[in-house]
Design a protein around this ligand. Structure first.
Ligand code: UDP
Ligand code: MG
Length: 326
């Protein structure tokens, strides 16, 4: 008997989450049953080194509605989500973490709102208590900065946990950018949006897969993909410094005419030369960050490579057809 086409797809990126896969599926199933739609669960294995892939295979063998894609290496969570969205076939797609920090039960509320016509239903964290204090402080700083300079407003507390209608998924699938800041993309596409509050749970098992260096990269990607302020700032700095330099030039010319040549000033000279060398290198560095990103986009490499598909999925199923899908 052919199973009905999935109406609801759950996409979860997994990276070394062997212990979490079975508990996740066990908690998801009853919720999805209650939603009353034919469903599929797509686990995107982001180059795991532990037994994650084996667990996905076993889960698929037990229930073909569980499907998987396995990357040829670790491409990062943002890319894993992109692959999941490519593969999803549902009319509604839920994106969630695989460590049970996103409570599956919230999906029921999301589906109810989707049935009311909402297209971009995002989970809103009530608190971030699962994260370390340092990380919470840095995260807060980043979002304040983004709020100020980002060209897209992010709803506070919203993350990857969300339900997207097919129109929103199709919109996201058209964005093949490599430096992916999903949170920004979700907000950028718009559509009829609404938030659903949820409590972030403790990680079911294992530790966070995000190191501070990964988070820094992510923060830079976010700011640079959604703001040109870092580029424009140098115009302003340049204008201010030029005005000061002009004033100083006039002052020195006047002084020389009135009092003759004044030789001392070595310290001033050294300090200003090093200071402006610093300013110039900094601005070059910012330019370099953008150029590096332009370079990455221009190369047009595929977003990800699939080494193995477990079960049939929509979208690019094998490495050959995984192009950037223009
Ligand atoms: N993840 C991934 N690739 C990575 C890092 C993380 O697919 O390179 C997945 C991970 O398996 C989890 C989700 O992204 O399902 C969130 O990661 P994690 O829980 O480590 O991050 P945190 O909750 O600390 O933000
Ligand atoms: Mg987590």
């Amino acid at each position: 008997m052919a199973e009905p086409a999935p109406q609801l797809t759950v996409v979860a990126p997994v990276f070394n989450e062997a212990e979490n896969i079975d508990p996740l599926l066990a908690r998801l199933r009853p919720v999805l049953e209650r939603c009353g739609l034919p469903y599929e669960i797509i686990l995107v294995d982001d180059g795991s080194q532990d037994g994650t892939l084996g667990h996905i295979r076993a889960a698929h063998a037990a229930d073909p509605r569980v499907r998987g894609l396995s990357f040829s290496r670790n491409f990062g969570k943002e890319i894993a989500i992109a692959a999941g969205l490519d593969a999803a076939r549902g009319a509604a797609v839920v994106i969630m973490d695989s460590d049970l920090q996103h409570p599956p039960e919230t999906i029921e509320q999301m589906v109810a709102l989707w049935r009311q016509g909402y297209q971009n239903i995002y989970g809103v964290r009530r608190s971030r208590s699962g994260d370390s204090r340092v990380r919470q402080a840095l995260t807060q700083r980043f979002y304040r900065l983004f709020d100020r300079f980002g060209e897209t407003a992010l709803p506070p507390g919203a993350g990857d946990f969300r339900l997207l209608d097919r129109v929103a998924v199709n919109a996201l699938n058209r964005m093949r950018e490599r430096a992916r800041f999903s949170k920004g993309l979700y907000a950028w596409i718009g559509f009829k949006s609404i938030g659903v509050p949820f409590d972030v749970a403790e990680r079911a098992s294992g530790t966070s897969k995000f190191t501070y260096s990964k988070l820094t990269r992510f923060a830079l990607d976010g700011l640079m993909s959604f703001s040109t302020i870092p580029l424009m700032v140098w115009t302003f700095v340049g204008v201010v410094i030029s005005v000061i330099a002009l004033a100083m030039a006039l002052y020195f010319v006047g002084q020389t005419i009135l009092y003759g040549v004044d030789v001392p000033g070595f310290a001033t000279l050294v300090v200003s030369v090093t200071f402006f060398a610093g300013v110039q290198l900094l601005s070059l560095g910012v330019l370099g960050e953008y150029i590096g990103r332009i370079f990455a986009e221009v190369k047009g490499r595929p977003l990800y490579l699939v080494a193995e598909s477990i079960g049939e999925t929509g979208g690019p199923p094998d490495a050959q057809s995984v192009t950037d899908g223009a």
